[in-house]
Each structure stands twice: as C-alpha cells, then as structure tokens.
Design a protein around this ligand. Sequence first.
Ligand code: C5P
Length: 221
Amino acid sequence: AKPVIVTLDGPAGVGKTTLAQRVAKELGIAYLDTGAMFRTTALELGHDADKLPEGEMSERLNTLHFSLSQEEGESVLRVNKRRIGNEIRTEEVGMMASRVAVLPTVRTFLRRSQQRLGSEVSLLAEGRDMGTTVFPEATCKIFLDASAEVRAKRRFLQLQEMGHDANLKKLAQQIRERDELDRNRKVAPLRPAKDAVVVDSSEMGIDEVFQAILAAVHAAV
Ligand code: C5P
C-alpha cells in the first residue's frame, strides 16, 4: 500500500517537535524531523554557506546521506550513519538553519532526501513546507500556529529542560527574526497549505492540541 503521510508545519517554537513525536507514536508511524535536517546541513556547511560557489555547495551537500530507522519504538534520524543528537537544538543553530534554508540548492537537495524517506515508510513529517511543497499529496495536513510571545515562552522552557542556557527576551527576538526569514523567503516560504487544518494553539494546553491533531488525522484517513 502507498505510505500514509501526515504533514505538520508551523513557525519556530510552536511545539511541533514534541507533538509530532507524540502523534507519530500514537499512529504507529515514523516521525521525520525536517528541521533537524536543515540544522545538520547548516552545521555541515558552516557560517559562510551563502558564499560557497554553487558547484562546491552541491558537492558538499551530496556527501550528506540522511536515513531514518525505527529503534525501540523510536524514530532515529542519521546523517552518514551518525545519530543526530541534541547538539543541534540551540537557537543559534536554528538561526543558521534559517539562513541556509533560503538557498534554493539546499532546499532542492533536502526536499529530495525528504521525499525519498517518505516513499519508503508511512510517516509524520514536521517542518515548514511539508504540506505546501514536499508532500503536496499528503493524506492529512496540519498547520500549527501560536502567537510569538507564547512560542518564545515554550521554547524557553524547552531549552531549560535540556539544560541549555536561555534568555526569554533574546529568544523572543530570535524567534521573530526566524519568522521573518521563514515567512518571506522566495522558495517554499512558511505558510499553511490550502487544504491544511489550521490549529491555533496560543490558548491551548498540549493535551488539547494533541487531541485536535489526532481528530484531524482521523477525519482524513
Ligand atoms: O523546525 P526547526 O526550528 O528545527 O527548523 C530550523 C529552521 O530550518 C527553520 O527556522 C527553517 O528556516 C528551516 N526549515 C525549513 N523547512 C523545513 C524545516 C525547517 O526551512 N521543512
């Protein structure tokens, strides 16, 4: 049978990753964190990524092979067999990711990698352009939103939990900057697909959002 694809898109800090993991587990499908792919790629290309000549950029991108496997009921994303860990989860790396995410060569390369992974197994794909660009034929599309203030606070708590240093004011600023970049880029900007279910979670608790997403999936499948 054709793999089932559920897409979950939305801005930075909205809680997509936590929810995506939970929903994927509940549905018994794999979870694909495409933000992690952009973050890893950004780290691999380094700070001057936007100054790399096109040819060298492609060459370096082509050395990156992403794979997704199920290990003890968990989806594990690897780049060149190395497990991607929490080192990519800082707001600084998020910003680096946002900067390389405007580059068409990077987007094309990652879109192809994502589509390859999505052709192999049923999955929940989380990102910015899953419903609009990467999986336009997805079974169910969800767009999760929340106000910038709420998102900064959520990200703050999450970083603290991971033991990272966090400053709420600075985070709010970084999230706004990243929103700007993600919403206004020319290629695959952040926006809900026409056929997406939009969930504004500003005033919702995590369990409520979880149920809303599950309801949308069950209505579509
Ligand atoms: O979701 P996360 O915060 O990990 O994503 C990091 C950055 O990667 C985003 O701000 C965005 O610029 C980029 N991204 C993207 N398209 C995706 C996933 C992430 O452009 N599908």
